[in-house]
Design a protein around this ligand. Structure first.
Ligand code: ATP
Length: 199
């Protein structure tokens, strides 16, 4: 599995549709200050389901859509797609190539797509859970994050290791089951009360 490319349109400084292809190995993106290098990383995080504007260096949804400039009109929507090589079946999807897209219109509505089919944000999260690629994984390390990791608390470091070791998925499932169990227990108590009143 590796990230083959990114396609960006209308996201932050990208007023024209661009596609960046990554070959295997290391890729460096170089350019003058303010030319949009970090915006590419923000775009990747955004597709992975990032919900915090702060984490992608924005204040509100309108900061994410290209606002025009250099003779180009503002965009009506922002769209970023990640192209992932899945020939090793790393992701449980029967396809050699996976395209993951997030699209946001001016009213702030988001669409998520896997291979051009609409999915829920939850599906994107589940696809990446425990893969070390998700939005909260450390696959995208922006400026300042290295320092943040080093100065993290033991609890935060434990959480990073748990994500990398693949136990997060089970913790989440356990939490969901516990919630369901609690609900059933509440219902049971109600039924017993009613039965008590009848009897
Ligand atoms: P540095 O090397 O200084 O870190 P960089 O190449 O990483 O810079 P970015 O921070 O990715 O640059 O891009 C900043 C640029 O993106 C700024 O010029 C800013 O005006 C532009 N930009 C951000 N959001 C938008 C938007 N919604 N519409 C148009 N331009 C935007």
């Amino acid at each position: 599995m590796y990230l083959k490319g990114v396609e960006i349109y209308g996201f932050k400084s990208f007023g024209e549709r661009i596609r960046i292809d990554f070959d295997g190995g290391i890729t460096s993106i170089v350019g003058p200050n303010g030319s949009g290098k970090s915006n590419i990383l923000d775009g990747i995080l955004w597709v992975l389901g990032e919900q915090s504007y702060k984490n992608i260096r924005a204040k509100e949804s309108k900061d994410i859509i290209f606002s025009g400039g250099e003779g180009k009109k503002p965009a009506n929507y922002a769209e970023v797609s990640l192209f992932i090589d899945n020939r090793d079946n790393f992701f449980p999807i029967e396809a050699d190539s996976i395209k993951i897209t997030r699209k946001m219109s001016q009213n702030g509505d988001n669409d998520y797509l896997i291979n051009d089919k609409k999915v829920r944000l939850k599906d994107i999260g589940e696809l990446f859970l425990d893969t070390g690629v998700g939005k909260s994984a450390y696959s995208v390390i922006g400026q300042g994050k290295v320092e943040r990791i080093i100065s993290s608390s033991n609890k935060e470091i434990k959480s990073i290791i748990e994500e990398a070791a693949g136990v997060k998925k089970f913790q989440q499932k356990k939490m969901e089951s516990e919630k369901r169990l609690e609900k059933v227990q509440n219902e049971l108590e109600k039924i017993e009360l009613v039965l008590g009143e009848i009897g």
